[in-house]
Design a protein around this ligand. Structure first.
Ligand code: ZN
Length: 201
């Protein structure tokens, strides 16, 4: 979505974002502007860590525009459903929290309707408007990050399934203890080398 009001340097992020995310969702557009603003306010920084306060859309903007990913553990995720994120200096633990400011959103009726989930809206149109609006709906605050660093955890073997899990979970893994189950086994497979790599002889 070419837009003359959108800074040129953000255009590649919007394009790559649409590709990575599957489509250019409003949340992703906001996320891209949020990360851009947070990086600018944070300034030069050797190691950036991130905390994102929603599990949808915004994390992908962080993964695209910083070196923080789900997989490398430099991005912590809060399941708060808030359009907000913090980028911070990993050593100093000082950073910037950028968030969508409802008072500013109210100036834009369609975006407001989408943001408050007041019924169905044309998301493509919301995305188009958001590219136009850019930073105008964002606010920020300087913060010190207090959440604990992740301690290294030893692993043990589950006495029920035989798979490994953090010792802190106890004798049984979270699945076998029933505390966080998500599947039942319907078939057991054997994996042979040629099944995994059919092209390798
Ligand atoms: Zn188990």
């Amino acid at each position: 979505m070419e837009n003359p009001n959108c800074p040129k340097y953000l255009q590649p992020h919007l394009e790559r974002g649409a590709e990575f995310h599957g489509y250019l969702s409003p949340g992703l557009v906001i996320g891209i502007f949020m990360v851009d603003l947070a990086k600018e306010l944070l300034g030069p920084c050797d190691l950036i860590d991130a905390v994102v306060e929603t599990r949808s859309c915004v994390p992908d903007a962080i993964q695209l525009m910083t070196s923080c990913t789900y997989g490398n553990g430099w991005m912590a995720t809060k399941d708060w459903d808030k359009m907000a994120l913090t980028l911070y200096d990993k050593e100093a633990r000082e950073g910037v929290r950028v968030f969508v400011d409802l008072d500013k959103v109210k100036k834009y009726p369609l975006v407001h309707q989408w943001y408050m989930k007041f019924g169905d809206v044309d998301k493509d149109e919301v995305s188009r408007q958001l590219i136009d609006i850019g930073r105008d709906i964002l606010s920020w605050q300087r913060v010190r990050v207090t959440h604990p660093r992740k301690a290294k955890r030893a692993f043990v073997v589950c006495s029920s399934c035989g798979e490994t899990h953090p010792a802190s979970d106890g004798e049984l893994c979270q699945r076998c203890s029933g505390s966080d189950d998500y599947y039942e086994i319907t078939d057991k497979g054997m994996v042979a080398r040629q099944q995994v790599w059919p092209m390798v002889k």
